[in-house]
Design a protein around this ligand. Structure first.
Ligand code: S3P
Length: 435
């Protein structure tokens, strides 16, 4: 589906809640399924990616009820999953395929994981290699680097000490899940600290971990006990409305109940460093906040090193902010963006350039010279939800007599099915210059 979007939005007063966190939603379904007893999940993200995880757990024999409000998982325990009758479809979701590989590697049945066209091109050797050294029998295509993945049962997995060559929470989580099914203590040494939702949730389900800096240790054979999980709003989805609040003239946006886990909140640090007026009101639960944003004059910044994993999914929208900031913004150490749902370094540079941005691609990042007024164009999401949503926000800034036509706009369903409805609701709060 291509979507025509109109720009020049201003004078906005808007309040919204963003849908549940994608990373936490996946993990709640997986851990609830392998726990003993019942898990209740509220705030679950019903997007394509997370529904694929839910569907796979059902195929593995787990009973999951969803009344549209609460998801109830009747946990089977980690060793009672059932052999699926057909290949397990992860769709577009790297999290689904990589985390479940770790879990399936230690089961006593065969399984096959497949994905859509984009996922079928994404590197899987990063999980295959450590899982093989744990004794797993896992094969991929293209010299065992790509999906589909075929996992055969083995007698027993063994714990390993693994120094991660990439900063990836998906890889870390796959090893931790396999570690639960292994004999001995699994040790992971992270390259950089990445999102820690797996560790936090394992602890909530009663698993004990030993975490010291970038080293995580987990003893195999521990049981998970069903829990109540309340999923906060996704900061990665909030990022588009944070950008809208900063960039739309004379505007004010408030986003309710956004998860602010420190391993995910790099965007808040960056927008503050850029001079953005962003106010974070932490809620009594301590893990989420109401975030208010006001129109701001932004300044350029430099982003590299250990902050990158804390904002990896927000880099496309940060690049958009940089096109409207005074000065030159440099983003480095972000080569991982080249192996996301699409090559995001290339997609951001190419599509924003069509809209008049002055932006250069480097091997591991972007150089963005601001500020340039954006103009209408025909742009492509490449089927990547984060590129699509960033381009929609960019489209709000173009002159009123121009349009952008966004190719493959329905990819937003991967993480934020109501995204365009919220944009519409936001547009309706526009006050004319007269009132
Ligand atoms: C995710 C980890 C990140 C992130 C992805 C979700 C997760 O990927 O980009 O959107 O839920 O663990 P990597 O682990 O590949 O860095």
């Amino acid at each position: 589906m291509a979507k025509r979007l109109k720009g020049s939005l201003k004078n906005i007063q808007f309040q919204l809640s963003v849908p549940g966190d994608k990373s936490i939603s996946h993990r709640a379904i997986i851990m609830g399924s392998i726990a003993e007893g019942m898990t209740k999940v509220t705030g679950f993200l019903r997007s394509e990616d997370c529904l694929n995880t839910l569907q796979i757990m059902r195929q593995l024999g787990v009973e999951i009820d969803d009344d549209g409000d609460t998801v109830i998982i009747h946990g089977k325990g980690i060793k009672q999953l059932q052999e699926p009758g057909k290949p397990l479809y992860a769709g577009n979701s790297g999290t689904t395929m990589r985390l479940l590989s770790g879990l399936l590697a230690g089961q006593n049945f065969k399984s096959t994981l497949i994905g859509d066209e984009s996922l079928s091109q994404r590197p899987m050797d990063r999980i295959i290699n450590p899982l093989k050294s744990m004794g797993a029998n896992i094969q991929g295509f293209a010299n065992t680097t790509l999906p589909p993945l075929i996992i055969e049962p083995v007698e027993k997995l063994k714990a390993i000490k693994y120094e991660m060559p990439v900063a990836s929470a998906q890889v870390k989580s796959a090893i931790l899940l396999a570690g639960l099914l292994s004999e001995g203590v699994t040790t992971i040494i992270e390259k950089e600290t990445t999102r820690n939702h797996t560790e936090e949730m394992l602890e909530q389900f009663g698993v004990s971990l030993n975490i010291k800096g970038k080293t995580i240790m987990l003893e195999g054979g521990q049981q998970l006990i069903g829990q109540d999980i309340d999923v906060p709003g996704d900061i990665s989805s909030a990022a588009y409305f944070i950008a809208a609040g900063l960039l739309l003239p004379n505007s004010n946006i408030e986003i309710k109940n956004v998860g602010i886990n420190n391993t995910r909140s790099g965007i808040l640090d960056v927008v503050k460093a850029m001079g953005g007026k962003v106010f974070v009101n932490i809620l009594p639960n301590h893990y989420s906040a109401d975030i208010s944003i006001e129109t701001s004059q932004l300044l350029s910044t430099s982003i590299s090193g250990s902050i990158i994993p804390r904002l990896i999914d927000e880099i496309p929208v940060i690049a958009l902010l940089a096109t409207q900031a005074q000065g030159t913004t440099i983003i480095k150490d972000a080569h991982e963006l080249r192996v996301k749902e699409t090559d995001r370094i290339q997609a951001v540079a190419k599509e924003l350039r069509k809209m008049n941005a002055n932006i250069e691609e480097t091997h591991d990042g972007l150089i963005i010279h601001g500020s340039t007024p954006l103009k209408g164009a025909k742009v492509n999401s490449y089927g990547d939800h984060r590129i699509g949503m960033m381009l929609q926000i960019a489209g709000l800034l173009i002159p009123a007599n121009e349009t952008i036509e966004l190719e493959d706009a329905d990819c937003v369903n991967i993480s934020y099915p109501t995204f365009f409805d919220e944009i519409e609701r936001m547009s309706q709060t526009e006050k004319t210059d007269k009132n």
